[in-house]
Design a protein around this ligand. Structure first.
Ligand code: ATP
Ligand code: MG
Length: 769
């Protein structure tokens, strides 16, 4: 197996491997193929590999130790900026959602006092306006901001770029779209979108701002390779979770467990740092808002369901019902994934093909149905008297009209009464969850109300998923899970009367089980649940239900994000190759296509016609030795060829190599000229206009080829090729016939070079794996 790190010593060996017969038309071409990946259509692979062309090597040679310090320092500074940016975005989204929702509930409550019908219509109308604004933004301005964005970011960190996911307009669409969709009371959350928001902020910072909207700065344009941006986007994802749940460690683990495909210890520190910054920013903002400066956004504004006053201990008898919760979580989670898969498939192939108008009408219809259900169903419930206030955990019942109440009075005539279904349905999601998790009182909710809510909310969450608005699945998942958890808790309380059991504990376990059953995360989810509830004592129980729910869910289908990634045509490479690959060889994956390659010196017209005739992104470049043998000298990327064609500076009149006179290769380009902007298709061959004189010129590709592409023998097992591809984040692999000779051997000890390697190269290269 060959690697970039070994380049100097064994490059010659690699080239010897790839001897080609001297043929012009490719007949008998011995490069068997370029290994195939699944074609995702609108997705494009990223170049995470170090392109070791002449410009890169020259640049590396000029860099000293000082540069490494500077490079690392800037990376840390960017990690800080990502933390601050994501934290502020999260605060902004939360303040806006709480204010819109608070204002909506206050207004509805005050109108209800006079007329139910008017209150009902007003409630529907406000929700409709908010949801419409969100859908309008998404369909007309930022289509890539629909959904949670996590499958796309997962794909990005796996090596495939979905067009438009990290653009400035996507960021804006995500922020304002989430405010509308969450504030409008749909059965979705703002946490997934916050992960996407963090990733967008990171990517935009990484490319120095948005050039399209003239919001860029040359000072920030420091990280220009896909590799560097990958690290920043990882920081952004962790920052998003840290901000959404105020769970910094959960954020780091989420990035590690769920979204990234490559991980290094240096990255862990930076991600940890970013998450810590987010925690500080969010905490500071909340402290500032406590004094009422942020309108309806008060202490309950951010997700934090502190149930530390809950159940202190658990007894052996409880483990069985808790395991049962895990099983329900696995079953309902897997069912959720399956149903959303069918609905998403149907939407994409039928409904959403009809145009934006249908997308908007669909969301608006779902909004009206959600409003009618959440307002209408509580009307059928009787009011209950408020429980006695516990001095150590005082509950005012009902609190003043508005969103802060633990208990919602709704239409109850008397002051000291509440409507249990309205308390969870006719409330902001954060308050509803806090109510479901509440531990100090028992039987606040009737089984009938919980069951009604479970069925209705589950159905709404399934139907809302995949509509044209930003939507996260964490909070709906927590609501669904805590409802059946609490239901189980109620039965356990009445069964084991003597034990000190609290329903809130079961609600929490239910929430963990549903998320585990649907998203199939374990460690990160466990830590997030502990961080948001601030109850470390329940850790073993959360672990138990998560393990059970994941195992049960895995028996039926894949996790939610993997399923969605597949539906969206994102060719994710999972961590493990498929079993059948063991019996297959590399050459079998290449297909029957003839390899399209370029000679070292080629006529410009030939480059243009070749680039126009296919969509490949990488091409072998061949040269001839003095004795007439053909050698593969490396790989040239389409994007680099386009830069060369556009700049024209390397065009020459002579068909001879540019260093024929014995001199070295000319450097007319900075390495940075070869980078393409993040999440964008870059220039196309059709955008480049060359005159007849230009087309008659020649170009020597030698300085621009990646001289150490990865090369595998044709009979290498596909499992090995897969692991190489996945572990190194590759885009292309050359498949060649068996090597004819070996010029050396490297063992582990040969790689333990002390103090001789240029640290600049070590740091820069280490980012590629
Ligand atoms: P990317 O995201 O990089 O575009 P892709 O799978 O779309 O990935 P393509 O370049 O379109 O890549 O390749 C499609 C198929 O063509 C693959 O099966 C690959 O094996 C083959 N292929 C790629 N490059 C060449 C080439 N230069 N000559 C011949 N076949 C190639
Ligand atoms: Mg392609």
């Amino acid at each position: 197996m060959l690697s970039n790190h070994f380049q100097n010593g064994i490059e010659t060996a690699k080239l010897a491997w790839s001897r080609l017969p001297n043929t012009e038309d490719g007949e008998g071409d011995e490069v068997v193929g370029v290994s195939r990946k699944n074609d995702g259509g609108r997705v494009e692979s990223l170049d995470y590999e170090v392109v070791e062309n002449h410009a890169y090597r020259e640049e590396q040679a000029q860099r000293g130790k000082l540069y490494v310090g500077y490079y690392v320092g800037v990376k840390w500074f960017f990690a800080l900026l990502i933390g601050v940016g994501t934290g502020l975005a999260a605060v902004f989204i939360n303040i806006s959602v709480e204010n819109f929702a608070g204002w909506k509930f206050s207004l509805t409550f005050s109108v209800i006092q006079k007329s139910y019908v008017a209150g009902f219509l007003l409630y529907i109308l406000i929700n409709l306006v908010l949801v419409f604004s969100s859908a309008f933004i998404i369909t007309n301005f930022a289509p890539a901001a629909a959904g949670s964005g996590i499958p796309e970011i997962k794909g990005y960190l796996n090596g495939v770029d979905t067009h438009g996911i990290l653009l400035f307009r996507t960021l804006i669409g995500k922020i304002f779209g989430s405010i509308g969709s969450v504030g409008g009371g749909l059965a979705l959350g703002k946490e997934g979108p916050l992960v996407h928001t963090g990733a967008c902020i990171a990517s935009l910072l990484g490319q120095g701002g948005s050039t399209k909207y003239h919001l860029s700065s040359r000072w920030l344009q420091f990280f220009n390779s896909d590799r560097d941006r990958r690290d920043l986007v990882t920081c952004g994802c962790a920052a998003g979770v840290a901000a959404a749940f105020r769970a910094p460690v959960g954020g780091v683990l989420f990035a590690l467990e769920e979204v990234t495909s490559w991980w290094r210890s240096q990255l862990m520190w930076r991600v940890f740092f970013t998450s810590a910054i987010v925690a500080v920013v969010v905490r500071t903002a909340m402290g500032w808002c406590k004094s009422g400066k942020c309108g309806h956004f008060g202490s309950g504004g951010f997700i934090i369901w502190d149930i530390s006053g809950g159940q202190e201990d658990y007894s052996f008898e409880e483990l069985l019902p808790m395991a049962f919760i895990g099983v329900i979580g696995g079953l309902l989670g897997a069912l959720f994934n399956q149903l959303t898969r069918y609905i998403t498939y149907w939407r994409r192939n039928y409904l959403h093909k009809k145009g934006n108008r249908f997308k908007i009408i669909e969301v608006c219809l779902i909004s009206v149905i959600t409003s009618v259900i959440s307002f209408g169903l509580p009307l059928f419930r009787k009011c209950s008297p408020c429980p006695e206030a516990d001095p150590s955990f005082p509950i005012e019942c009902p609190r003043p009209p508005g969103m802060y109440g633990n208990y919602v009075n709704f239409y109850c005539g008397k002051d000291k009464e509440y409507n249990d279904l309205a308390t969870i349905f006719f409330n902001t999601q954060d308050d509803a969850i806090r109510n479901l998790f509440s531990a100090k009182t028992i039987h606040e909710y009737s089984a009938q109300s919980l069951l009604t809510f479970l069925v209705m909310f589950y159905t709404l969450a399934v139907v809302t998923f995949g509509t044209a608005v930003p939507a996260g699945q964490f909070v709906p998942g927590i609501m669904i899970g805590s409802t059946y958890g609490r239901l189980v808790g109620m039965f356990v309380v009445s069964f084991y009367k003597k034990l000190n059991i609290e329903e809130g504990t079961y609600a929490l376990l239910g929430a963990a089980s549903f998320l585990g059953g649907s998203m199939r995360m374990t460690v990160s989810l466990c830590v997030i649940m502990v961080e948001i509830t601030n109850n470390l004592k329940l850790l073993p129980l959360i672990m138990l239900v998560l393990l059970i729910s994941k195992a049960v869910g895995d028996a039926f289908n894949e996790g939610l994000y993997e399923e969605q990634a597949r539906l969206r045509g994102i060719p994710l490479l999972e961590s493990r190759p498929k079993y059948e690959m063991r019996k297959m060889q590399a050459k079998e994956a290449c297909g029957n296509q003839k390899v399209v390659y370029f000679p070292r010196v080629i006529k410009v017209a030939d480059v243009v016609s070749s680039l126009k005739s296919n969509n490949h992104n990488g091409f072998p470049v061949i040269d001839h030795t003095r004795s007439g043998e053909t050698l593969v000298i490396g790989l040239v990327l389409r994007s680099h060829l386009l830069v060369l064609l556009q700049s024209k500076v390397d065009f020459q009149h002579s068909p001879l190599p540019c260093d024929t006179g014995g001199g070295s290769l000319p450097i007319r380009h900075n390495f940075s000229e070869f980078v393409k902007p993040a999440s964008s298709k870059g220039i196309s061959i059709h955008d480049i206009h060359l005159g007849p004189d230009d087309l008659e010129m020649y170009i020597d590709l030698a300085p621009f080829v990646n001289r150490s592409p990865y090369i595998v023998p044709e009979d290498m097992s596909l499992t090995k090729v897969y692991n190489l591809f996945r572990q190194l984040g590759l885009r292309h692999i050359f498949v060649v016939p068996r090597a004819s000779r070996v010029i050396g051997m490297i063992t582990r000890k040969d790689l333990l070079i002390e103090e001789t390697e240029d640290p600049a190269t070590v740091e820069l290269q280490s980012t590629s794996v």
